[in-house]
Ligand binder design. Structure first.
Ligand code: FAS
Ligand code: PHB
Length: 389
């Protein structure tokens, strides 16, 4: 098989890039390790920046988002009984939209099927070949039969544990990493949210987050140790611990029920540099990871895809490689600002095991300053709603 762009991974990054390329009449084949149902079963992000919403509109996949997405003009931060609303709209003129990553992925999969563009699911032994040549190739095994794709470019959209970043010679890239000494235990429940906006909580017992997917489906997170396993957290224990971390007035509004999904995610900050090797371009979680505290992971995947789509479109329309040559530096400039914000939000809101009394006092001063300073709130707001592309 031959195509112009081989995309590895059918998560949001790979599917969004495939859809944008299709609308630009650029041929792309998507190769995905798992089944479509498996990809859709993963419960992940919930907050979309305006830039991501705009790109989904550009991709022609925003009809359901327009009718079902919930626009949020602010969010609450609670600490030691004090609670403060960060007014995104008032401080930046911008908002965010609540619409689950699962829904984004489903909308992109529907569009992909309608386009008849090829997507190979359940592809085993995906391998990249000659990525630093003008004739890169992708091989894979499907139903026991080995196949190969010749292409001009490979887009590595295969997530943190994918094959693409690992295909780059060790001396050709550098990792920058921070691993956090805790994880997030997430629970999804078919019950109305506790509040009309998200509530981030810094509590002596640990961080908690009250989020949502719709007016009847809620998403909650608890900071947990890295030693814990989800089997040790029956629903009753989760609701008891969440209630203990909520302000009593808020706790009275908590509607509990049987979990639809429950999982533990480790937290890390990670960036691979550069994002290009030969004709392989990394995008999304294949290139970088952020702790979910700032709701940036999915949104960074969108901005990477925006830059790569623009660069590939320029190449095929004009023959120029200028934007392709600039992709890595352009994407990394935005990635690092989001890495900083996510790192800062994580330090602001979590209980770090072994924190010294000085570190604890600094966190309290940071929160107190945030609650008192409109300038500090504007800095948080402009990063949360998303910096410009
Ligand atoms: P993805 O990981 O979504 O997709 C990569 C795809 O590549 C997968 O379908 C995988 O099966 C496939 N793949 C892997 N190896 C392959 C191979 N060798 N060959 C072919 N295909 C291969 N972000 C937020 O903003 N908020 C959150 O609350 C949040 N929660 C998260 C919870 C968890 C447990 C995880 C892991 C991430 C979370 N994220 C969150 C971040 C998440 O939303 C990512 O940023 C987003 O999925 C990035 O999308 P992709 O880059 O497409 O990567
Ligand atoms: C979510 O709803 O999954 C979510 C929302 C905000 C975050 C992280 C996760 O910061």
């Amino acid at each position: 098989m031959r195509t112009q762009v081989a995309i590895i991974g059918a998560g949001p990054a790979g599917l969004l890039l495939g859809q944008l390329l299709h609308r630009a009449n650029i041929d792309a084949v998507i190769v995905e390790r798992k089944s479509a149902n498996y990809v859709l079963s993963r419960i992940r992000a919930g907050v979309l920046e305006q830039g991501t919403v705009n790109l989904l509109h550009e991709a022609g996949v925003a009809d359901r988002l327009r009718s079902e997405g919930i626009v949020h003009e602010g969010a609450e931060i609670e600490s030691v009984g004090a609670r403060h609303r960060i007014d995104f709209k008032g401080l930046t003129g911008k908002t965010v939209t609540i619409y689950g990553q699962t829904e984004v992925t489903a909308d992109l999969m529907t569009a992909r099927e309608a386009s008849d563009a090829p997507t190979i699911y359940e592809a085993d032994e995906v391998r990249l070949h000659d990525i630093d040549s003008r004739f890169p190739r992708v091989s894979y095994v499907k139903d026991g039969v080995r196949a190969e794709i010749a292409c001009d470019f490979i887009a590595g959209c295969d997530g943190f544990h994918g094959v693409c970043r690992q295909s780059i010679p060790a001396d050709a890239w550098q990792a920058h990493e921070r691993i956090y000494p805790f994880g997030w235990l997430g629970l999804l429940v078919e019950k109305p949210p506790i509040d009309k906006e998200l509530v981030y909580i810094n509590h002596l017992r640990g961080f908690a987050l009250c989020s949502m997917r719709s007016s009847h489906r809620s998403r909650y997170y608890l900071q947990c140790t890295l030693a814990e396993r989800v089997e040790e957290w029956p629903d009753e224990r989760f609701w008891r611990e969440l209630s203990a971390r909520l302000d009593p007035a808020l706790a009275t509004r908590l509607q509990i029920g049987s979990s639809i999904e429950k999982s533990i995610a480790p937290l890390r900050s990670f960036v691979a540099e550069p994002l290009r090797y030969g004709n392989l371009f990394l995008a999304g979680d294949a290139a970088h990871i952020v702790p979910p505290t700032g709701a940036k992971g999915l949104n960074l995947a969108a901005s990477d895809v925006f830059y790569l789509w623009q660069a590939l479109r320029e190449h095929y329309r004009t023959g120029s490689n200028t934007a392709l040559d600039q992709y890595s530096s352009r994407a990394l400039a935005r990635v690092w600002k989001a890495e900083r914000f996510s790192w800062w939000m994580t330090h602001l809101l979590h209980r770090f095991p072994g924190a010294t009394s000085f570190e604890q006092k600094i966190q309290e001063a940071e929160l107190s300053y945030l609650f008192q300073s409109e300038a500090a709130q504007k800095v948080l707001a402009e990063n949360y709603v998303g910096l410009p592309y």
